[in-house]
Design a protein around this ligand. Sequence first.
Ligand code: ACM
Length: 729
Amino acid sequence: MIGELEPREYRQSQHTALAAFSKRSGLMSVAAVALTLLMLSGCGHSEQLSSARIDTPVNVIPAPGSVERGEGRFMVTDGTQLAFGDGAEGKRIAEYVSDLVRRTYGVGLGSSGNTGNGVIQFELAAGTSVTGPEGYSLVATPERIVVSAHDARGLFYGAVTLWQLMSQGEGGLQVPAVTIKDSPRFDWRGLMLDSARYYQPPEFIRKLIDLMALHKLNVLHWHLTDDQAWRIEIKKYPRLTEVGAWRVAAGPAAAADIDPATGKPRLYGGYYSQDEVREIVAYAASRNITIVPEIDMPGHASAAIAAYPRLAASSKPSPQVPADWGIYSSLFNVEESTLTFLEDVLDEVVSLFPGAYIHIGGDEAVKDEWKASPRVQARMRELGVKDEHELQSYIVQRMEKFLSSKGRRLIGWDEILEGGLAPNATVMSWRGIDGAVAAASAGHDAVLSPHPTLYFDHRPYDVPRPPGRGRVITIEEVYAFDPAPAALSEEQRKHILGVQANIWTEHIRTPDRVEFMAFPRAAAIAEVAWSPVKDWDGFSARLPALLDRYKALGVRFAQPAPSRPLDPFRRTSHELSLCSDKIPLSLEDDAPVDSQGGERAVFLVDIMQPCWLFKAADLSKVTSLVASVGQVPFNFQIGDAVTAIELQAPATAVGELEVRLDDCNGERVAVLPLAPAVGNFAVTKLPVAKIAPREGRHDLCFTFTRKSVDPIWVIDSVQLQTSSAGEAE
Ligand code: ACM
């Protein structure tokens, strides 16, 4: 129908559609425009529209602020020249885009001083109406392309957009004729990477930086210290990495994995030398990315305390770096020498990271050790602080003063609000957005990074691999995150620096898996942080082209698995229903250990209530059941909550798997002793258990009896067998 339009009318329609977009009405995204235009081009008129064919959609993520489509396309061929003027920045950026184009499209660009036709020209500080920092304009016509910006960051982003605009069409690589004016909505467009729980090598950090840059993300918040590791070399305190960067993984499988070199359990770990950090920081700067290092205090400090026990509030600090997840009670003490230690560390950190912000953590510092310590209580009186929250605030204020004296700004998790916020502190709001509301109300800046929506350790899809936190946070949920919530007034919103997604790695053991958890959800947070408009349909229309670019770049990314019909008689733990939703995890087995090789199983389990339901099982012909089970260490520091875990008394020494009918208090239809599985840290198929057939469909409930919370017995899979299959077993 629209294909009936004459070219002039077509252009008018195009103009109307773009006007709707450029008013930032939020009604039409770039992709929606592109899609509309594709429909406008219609079929049957290819001759007529050949000079104005819209055959290359504007597949840019994050969506630019404004896009006007022109007529035709610029062809990019081997030898197309890039002109970048005299400046080093232009040259660097031109080289960057040439490299990308060569790697992803196999086309080699040349460079030229000539700025005439056929050339892609980069201009810094010239002829652009884009005024904001990081902004750029890109004007592509069939004759030439001009990317211009006032600062090198903007020019870089213009280059990224240029690369995204390229696609292989009829006749080769091409860029649609287009005029883009673009600048970011927020200054802080972040990802946090936890390199403490698991270590990723510098090559991976650089790869992540590269990928962030292609999404116009500009802050890498690098979580470098925690209970389970200290990962940054500090020259003045070498034991922080000599001792603090290494641990024995939790559980008996790791304890039994003896390193022949030492005769002791093999250590897991690694750290970043200062030279490596400097290289990474410089690499990030070349990609427009500022690294915000995090040195967590006064909690999440067990690794530092294992290295230097004098830092501990406890009189009996653990000499080993611990391997449990969760929240340890260990805190730094508040001796003057410890505060000096923290300042010394920050001093070296400041010398390595030139960015404005230094993150001091501040989260989840349970105050039990401070309450129990007569020495800490005496220090509180000396310092004139009235309670433990004020004591934490005292430390934060002291660090804030120190960082200010070095020309830097302190940022911390929202707990730094408790006990009084330091004068120039910025708050990273993770317990919802309340921390940001409180900070902004008090005139402080804030970054929005709320759990669970922006916690990318939750699984992107309901798939067993890779492991992660048990909830599913889809890319659509991430995209729906509102960075300007109604809870904030117009004035308060000015204090929102931006948004950040966090990749905690307790359950993300390898860099490959980090990538899978990050992408493509990072594209959604990038668009939330950058673009003035929000349009899920438009974003999802642009997503396939992004995934193609990922493939060209060798990115591991999450895609929904094609849904398969369930086997009526078999379920894995992920296909069973959990009985509860307290702390659900998609949890990796601790065995086999790496030195033995072999893939580890992944179980869906609520660690507070390990209990599964096989819903509506047809039992009419079922005569037996086969269960495969695993055991994983209960390596979770959950404080007193552990007493809420109910234990069912076992009948035998090691316990049983019990199967009950209809609900978890129903008739017990099978009991499978765990004895055959006790000596196996990996998955064990238990001997077949007979069950009497029942009429119709019933829920089956699976629970384990046990004397203690450790280990957690888990279902790997259950198979219901009919009599003939049962015989075969
Ligand atoms: C956090 O998730 N503890 C900031």
